[in-house]
Write a protein that binds this ligand. Structure first.
Ligand SMILES: C[S@@+](CC[C@H](N)C(=O)[O-])C[C@H]1O[C@@H](n2cnc3c(N)ncnc32)[C@H](O)[C@@H]1O
Length: 328
């Protein structure tokens, strides 16, 4: 059995990368002509996007970063046929510049971020991301560091819990959910995913249970975002990623919920603005330069066929921008 096949078999069909042809099309059009293009895949995951890009762009080299060491193990195996064209980094994408510096790379032609979780994380109960199966309440993408969801749920104040669930989960019953968690933990610590799912289920009045999703979905999303500091990382990562791009380089981001997408859209818009002065100021005082051209005036969504075949793609959207030559 060749290595590619073997890697795919160990993964089963667990992670279907989202909008692969759109991502490949975007980078192929924009950077394939470069002499020796380098792309940083800041969320390498199981290497699905990177594999497709390496196949489509023959001279491309990829730096693949992930916080999750078990994802890197699979990606290494999957991308073994491209050895020499891929460098693997265990780390946070918000440290793009440091990782590239360590590899002696100054700037790159492409940056890709495919946010959120891989199926490897969602589908393994022992990782604690899903309420669909019982597992320890972990939720850390990087299991070598940081506090787990159980640490958070059992230690922060009721007010902080409410804020997390409301802000990152956009859960209208955040106060009730936080109160119920705190009440439950006075008896014994909340330590498993199904315990937490039941607490949330019972805390939200039945008539307000959403039709299409489990009532605990928003709370789980909120805790996962908090545990992994996902929005802080995205904020830092967008800046860091843009700063390592060469002129004419492309940054593409796939996001999975509105909190992420708003940040990406706002970031690209800001980079594309010529001026940030208040509109009533008679002359420009801000010295802002246009730094980017937005390549996706509207976000790109997966096709219906894709969402039918891969329900995880349903909430995804892709935005991209090109870095421009610095203006005088
Ligand atoms: C949706 S998956 C990526 C899947 C990948 N594109 C593929 O085709 O297999 C997102 C990955 O990003 C990783 N990740 C999320 N936030 C990260 C961060 N701040 N730094 C590095 N990796 C991160 C997760 O561990 C996960 O493996």
């Amino acid at each position: 059995m060749n290595e590619r096949r073997e890697a795919a078999d160990t993964m089963g069909d667990i992670h279907q990368p989202v909008m692969v042809s759109q991502v490949v099309g975007l980078f192929s059009r924009q950077i394939a002509e470069a002499h020796a293009p380098v792309l940083v895949d800041g969320t390498l995951g199981l290497g699905g996007h990177s594999e497709a890009l390496l196949q489509a762009i023959p001279r491309l080299t990829i730096v693949g970063i992930d916080r999750d060491e078990s994802a890197l193990v699979i990606a290494r195996r999957r991308l073994a046929p491209f050895s020499g064209r891929v460098r693997f980094v265990h780390g946070n994408y918000r440290d793009f510049a440091e990782h590239l510096h360590t590899l002696n790379i100054g700037s790159v032609e492409g940056v890709l971020l495919d946010l959120g979780l891989s199926s490897l994380q969602i589908d393994r109960p022992e990782r604690g991301f899903s309420f669909r199966a019982s597992g320890p309440l972990d939720m850390r993408m990087d299991q070598s560091a940081g506090e787990s969801a159980a640490d958070l749920v059992n230690n922060v104040s009721e007010g902080e819990l409410e804020q997390i669930i409301s802000r990152y989960g956009e859960e209208r019953f955040a106060r009730r959910v936080a109160r119920a968690i705190v009440a439950a933990r006075t008896t014994s610590p909340v330590s498993t995913t199904d315990e937490l799912a039941k607490i949330v289920y019972d805390a939200i009045p039945r008539r307000f249970h959403p039709n299409r999703i489990h009532p605990a979905t928003r709370t789980f999303q909120a805790l996962r975002i908090a545990v992994n500091e996902e929005l802080d990382n995205l904020e830092g990562g967008l800046d860091a990623g843009f700063s390592v791009l060469a002129a004419d380089g492309i940054m593409a981001v796939i996001s999975f919920h509105s909190l992420e997408d708003r940040m990406v859209k706002g970031f690209f818009r800001h980079k594309a603005l010529a001026c940030t002065c208040p509109p009533d100021l008679p002359t420009c005082m801000c010295d802002k330069k246009v730094e980017a051209e937005i390549l996706t005036k509207r976000a790109i969504f997966p096709t219906e066929e894709e969402t039918e075949a891969n329900p995880r793609a349903r909430s995804s959207r892709l935005r991209a921008a090109k870095k421009l030559e610095p203006q005088e």
